[in-house]
Design a protein around this ligand. Structure first.
Ligand SMILES: CC(C)(COP(=O)(O)OP(=O)(O)OC[C@H]1O[C@@H](n2cnc3c(N)ncnc32)[C@H](O)[C@@H]1OP(=O)(O)O)[C@@H](O)C(=O)NCCC(=O)NCCS
Length: 197
C-alpha cells in the first residue's frame, strides 16, 4: 500500500505511509477478525461485526509441489465512523436483525499490475453481495472516489451505487509526493451511495 500509483486515488492515505500507522492498522484488523471468528465459533454468524475478507492473494505454482502466495490487494467494508447520519430512509420490510443505523464504507486497492483484469469487480461483488448484505446486514453503504477514477466508478455502479444526492463534490489536492512532481494535482472527489431496497 506504499505505492504512489495506488495511493494516488486514496486521499486519506499519506505517502509515504508511516510504519507505525501500518502496524496499528494490521493489529486493529487482526483483533477485529479474531472477534468475528470467535463469534462464528459460538455459532453467531449474523450480524457479523465486520468483514474478515481483507486481502486478495494470487497463488503461484512454482517448481515441484511448492506454491506461494503473492499479494494482489486489499478490500474493505467497515462501519464508516466518520459518517454519523444516514442519507437514505429505513424501510419497514427490512429484517429485524439488520443494521438500520450505521453507515458502512466500502473500498478496494489493488497493485497496479492487477488493474483492469476484472479482479476488483469480482472481489467487491463477493465482499458486498455475499458478506456485507447477508452477513453484516448493511442497509446503507457509501464509497468515495475521484471523478477521474473510471474503474472505481464502474465497480460501484455495477453494484448498484449511485451519486449520493446532497453530497457535493469536493476538491482534493493530491499530495505532490504521490505524483513525483513539484506541485500537487487537483482532483474532484465524489460520494456514491447504495441502500437496501
Ligand atoms: C479501482 C480498482 C479497485 C478496480 O479494480 P480493477 O480490477 O482494476 O477493475 P476491473 O478490471 O474489475 O474493471 C472495472 C470496470 O472498469 C472498466 N475498465 C477497466 N479499465 C478501464 C480503463 N482503462 N478505462 C475505462 N474503463 C476501464 C472495466 O471494463 C470494468 O467495467 P465493465 O465490467 O463494465 O467492463 C483498482 O483499479 C484499483 O485498485 N485502483 C487503485 C486504487 C483505487 O482507485 N481504489 C479505489 C478508491 S475508491
Amino acid at each position: 500500500m506504499n505505492d504512489p500509483k495506488i495511493v494516488y486515488f486514496m486521499d486519506n492515505h499519506p505517502f509515504p505511509f508511516p510504519e507505525e500507522i501500518a502496524q496499528k492498522w494490521v493489529q486493529q484488523e487482526l483483533d477485529l477478525t479474531r472477534e468475528i471468528f470467535a463469534a462464528f465459533a459460538e455459532d453467531h454468524w449474523r450480524p457479523a461485526k465486520g468483514s474478515p475478507l481483507k486481502v486478495i492473494r494470487e497463488t503461484i505454482d512454482s517448481e515441484g509441489a511448492n506454491k506461494r502466495d503473492v499479494y494482489v490487494g486489499d478490500v474493505d467494508l467497515r462501519h464508516g465512523t466518520w459518517w454519523s447520519e444516514r442519507l437514505t430512509p429505513v424501510q419497514d420490510h427490512w429484517e429485524e436483525w439488520r443494521d438500520k443505523e450505521r453507515v458502512f464504507s466500502i473500498g478496494a486497492a489493488l497493485k497496479p499490475q492487477y488493474h483492469g483484469r476484472g479482479i476488483g469487480s469480482t472481489a467487491m461483488d463477493v465482499l458486498f453481495n455475499q458478506w456485507g448484505i447477508p452477513i453484516i446486514g448493511c442497509t446503507e453503504v457509501r464509497a468515495g472516489t475521484y471523478t477521474s477514477n473510471v474503474r472505481s466508478l464502474r465497480v460501484w455502479e455495477k453494484l448498484g451505487f449511485v451519486r449520493a444526492p446532497g453530497i457535493p463534490e469536493t476538491t482534493v489536492i493530491v499530495q505532490k509526493e504521490k505524483i513525483g512532481g513539484e506541485e500537487g494535482r487537483v482532483e474532484k472527489q465524489c460520494t456514491l451511495i447504495w441502500s437496501l431496497p
